[in-house]
Write a protein that binds this ligand. Structure first.
Ligand code: ATP
Ligand code: MG
Length: 396
């Protein structure tokens, strides 16, 4: 009896000719995440990735926890592989689901026969195995509609696999199958969620952060680095670019109308971000904006920000309520870091009465009151970067 984790593909199964590319990226991602835990055999067959630990001392719970964060996997079934006979299958069910069989009041058996040479069909396996369980565990009865425990038996070419109710995977498609984008990462709740949502659709994420020391502290930057490090559990490797933004913000403060400070600042952020994107070959920008959330995220405000963009800007949170964003941030594990109370450059020099319905023309005129180009170039030249690998240990 061997322990094997069956990872069932999600949308990959709908792919046509380039399906093997999606599978290859998924295997590559799984290999990278599991490598620090020990040696595994990975094998992709019949819409399933078989993950088999090659030594006893591998942390099984941690393995499953990591697999739960890999995009492209819809369901995870920690299973036991055994010989293809009913007796062996029943013995395996007893061994691996014995406690649950003992304590559950109701159960059902689900059988899937992928190996058509197996003499019993799925219905026969279900009824035979169900009968054996009923005999072995007098306290349990069958409930096909709403069972407490589902015993799943998959007869595959190489072996029979027995497991309980599958664990929900992260879904989506494998990171690496959908191009590269640059995420504007603040220390807040929304932008890490936006990055993870893009990664879920296969996009490789790099991040850019604007800092304004001494108005923003070293701790605020460290918080953003920890967010990037945490995000690698779902997104894989992330390179974080840090932009010195102080002089630009001071120039806005000294030269532009106060009610438009934030909008001009956001347009300059977009300008710098896309220069980085163009330089590194990122195809799009990503932000955590959500329509109507704050003054700079009204439709009119977003129109003035978008007007400076030459490449697509994706805003996956655009139609999510704050609560929905918070729920995802819990799920990806960034919430606790995001709510630490450090300042962001967006919170310095904030106007008392920001304009919520600006016109593009007035914002363009206000920005033209100062020549920002030399400062933009200086900021771009001052960018530093740091790369976080999947599961970066941070004690910074
Ligand atoms: P978040 O919770 O992600 O901070 P928010 O609701 O606070 O978002 P804003 O502060 O207006 O909203 O920022 C909107 C978006 O602009 C953020 O989601 C992020 O993509 C980007 N952004 C804001 N501040 C920064 C920053 N200092 N560096 C990089 N991007 C930023
Ligand atoms: Mg913010």
């Amino acid at each position: 009896m061997r322990q094997v984790i069956l990872c069932k593909y999600g949308e990959i199964v709908l792919k046509g000719l380039n399906r093997s590319r999606f599978e290859a990226d998924l295997i590559k991602n799984v290999r990278r995440r599991l490598k620090p835990l020990g040696e595994f055999r990975l094998d992709s067959r019949q819409s399933t990735l078989f993950v088999e630990p090659m030594s006893e001392d591998i942390d099984y719970d941690e393995t499953i926890d990591r697999l739960k964060k890999v995009y492209g996997i819809a369901k995870i079934c920690p299973a036991f592989a055994t010989e293809k006979s009913l007796d062996a299958i029943y013995a395996t069910a007893r061994e691996c689901l014995g406690d649950e069989l003992q304590s559950a009041k109701t159960f059902k058996v689900v059988a899937k026969r992928a190996d058509k040479r197996f003499p019993l069909d799925s219905m026969q396996i279900m009824s035979e195995l169900g009968g054996m369980i009923l005999e072995g565990y007098p306290g349990i009865s069958v409930d096909v509609k709403n069972p407490e425990l589902t015993v799943i038996c998959e007869i595959r070419d190489d072996a029979a696999y027995v497991h309980g109710t599958p664990i929900e995977g992260a879904g989506g498609i494998p990171v690496g199958t959908s191009g590269r984008a640059l995420l504007l990462l603040s220390g807040g709740i929304d932008s890490p969620v936006a990055g993870a949502m893009m990664a879920k659709r296969g996009v490789i994420i790099s991040a850019i952060h604007f800092q304004s020391p001494p108005y923003t502290s070293e701790r605020a930057l460290i918080k953003v680095e920890r967010l990037a490090a945490k995000m690698t559990e779902h997104c894989g490797q992330i390179t974080l670019f840090t932009v010195p933004f102080t002089e630009i913000q001071e120039a806005i403060r000294d030269n532009c109308p106060e009610e438009l400070f934030t909008l001009i600042m956001r347009r300059l952020m977009m300008e710098i971000a896309q220069r980085v994107a163009e330089g590194y070959g990122f195809q799009a920008l990503v932000t955590g904006e959500s329509i109507g959330q704050v003054a700079s995220q009204t439709m009119s405000a977003l129109v003035t920000t978008d007007a400076v963009c030459r490449i697509p800007v994706f805003r996956p949170c655009i139609c999510l309520d704050k609560k929905e964003i918070v729920d995802i941030s819990y799920k990806i594990g960034t919430f606790d870091i995001s709510i630490e109370p450090y300042e962001d450059c967006c919170t310095v020099f904030t106007p008392k009465h920001p304009k919520t319905q600006p016109t593009l023309d007035e914002v363009q005129k206000a920005q033209a009151m100062f020549d920002f180009e030399p400062l933009i170039e200086k900021a771009v030249n001052g960018i530093s970067s740091k790369t976080f690998k999947a599961y970066t240990d941070y004690d910074f």
